[in-house]
Design a protein around this ligand. Structure first.
Ligand code: MRU
Length: 361
């Protein structure tokens, strides 16, 4: 496993023993390992917005610690602390709109009694630890799906093991634990099952190239990087046995928002007869919305397309004058294209309103 911590709380809490939130700056990976210490809520907001910390569960965990950062600065009594917390929650909630884990974590923080920095820190740590435990459980359930594919279909290229395609980074860097989509991969690797992972680079911000390929390689997992537009060809060649991605928000009927390009993969997988799976904790479900049409899709600055970071420090490519950009950060995969959703509570299969409700209610 990757031996670096993406999110940690340093020190105590409260005005006497004020601590801070330390975040690994994921915009600098894989080239540099730089940490940002957040001593005020504006720094936490900025870190979430700029993808210093990213991935739905990790955003939720960081926001929970962000509440502690805000309240430990509050002077005065309990009612002032409650007011500061409410303001901090509203502010943090405006950082990114799609990943529901952000709002889920803030709702939990708002319910903490008494409203002290110490009690809030205890709850933030619980959210962090629970996320790690959920990742592990997702890994155990996801492993069943990998084992199910032995022996692999004859139409696939014979490799010593199962070959999985993933998109973006739903790994350790995106969560408080061993990731969601990557959790079955880590467990399979730990248990010596032969496994090969294809990682989509994931334009425009290259989370697949900079983060997934980086963390899987660091763990010794056999990983091959491809450009997003190669997925169809790689599938047609019979190199992919299953696709697993993470999720940012799952509606009550199983429609799933995840990183832009996920929907493409689900369509391609259907065409090629390859099972397409989502791996996500229950904190990523939003049962208040019936289907994916109500999921807010984050629109990001077009300069991410024209001036992409590049992997390993590629030079910025400035845009062409007069050319517009359109940069939705997520897309929604309809539940009909999803063979199963792997959660910490078990596997939802087939995916529809009834099966989602049965597992989560
Ligand atoms: O924009 P990002 O990097 O936050 O997008 C991340 C994803 O889309 C992940 O696949 C998703 O959050 C699941 S993380 C376990």
């Amino acid at each position: 496993m990757l031996n670096i911590r993406n999110i940690q709380w340093v020190g105590g809490a409260g005005s006497e023993a004020a601590g801070c939130l330390r975040l690994l700056d994921q915009t600098k990976l894989p080239g540099e390992q730089v940490y940002i210490d957040c001593h005020d809520v504006a720094t936490v907001w900025d870190a979430i917005k700029r993808l210093v910390v990213r991935g739905a569960p990790a955003i939720g965990v960081a926001a929970a610690y962000g509440c502690v950062v805000a309240v430990q600065e509050a002077r005065g009594g309990a009612s002032e602390a409650r007011e500061v917390l409410q303001k901090a929650c509203d502010y943090l909630a405006s950082s990114r709109p799609t990943a529901v884990n952000l709002f889920w974590a803030l709702d939990r923080m708002k319910r903490v009694e008494p409203c002290t920095a110490e009690a809030l820190l205890a709850e933030a740590k619980r959210i962090h630890e629970e996320d790690a435990a959920m990742c592990r459980k997702i890994g155990e359930h996801g492993l069943e799906l990998i084992r199910r594919l032995h022996p692999k279909p004859e139409t696939r290229i014979p490799t010593p093991g199962i070959s999985i395609l993933t998109h973006c980074n739903a790994g350790a860097l995106a969560t408080g634990g061993i990731g969601t989509a990557t959790a079955p991969m880590y467990l399979a690797h730990e248990q010596g099952l032969p496994l090969r992972v294809f990682a989509d680079e994931t334009r425009p911000l290259l989370q697949g190239a900079r983060l997934t390929a980086f963390e899987l390689a660091a763990a010794g997992v056999d990983v091959t990087l491809i450009c997003d537009d190669m997925a169809a060809q790689v599938m047609r060649e019979g190199r992919i046995d299953m696709v697993i991605t993470g999720a940012d928000r799952i509606a009550a009927n199983g429609d799933t928002a995840n990183k832009i390009g996920t929907y493409n993969l689900a369509v391609l997988a259907k065409h090629h007869g390859i099972p397409f799976y989502i791996a996500a904790p229950s904190s990523t479900f939003d049962l208040s919305i019936a289907d994916g049409s109500a999921i807010p899709i984050e629109q990001r600055d077009g300069r991410e397309i024209t001036d992409s970071y590049g992997s390993g420090g590629a030079k910025a490519q400035p845009g062409i004058p007069g050319v517009k950009t359109y940069n939705p950060a997520f897309d929604v995969t309809p539940h009909e294209l999803i063979a199963a959703i792997v959660t910490e509570k078990g596997i939802i299969e087939p995916v529809n309103s009834q099966t989602v409700r049965r597992l989560l209610a």
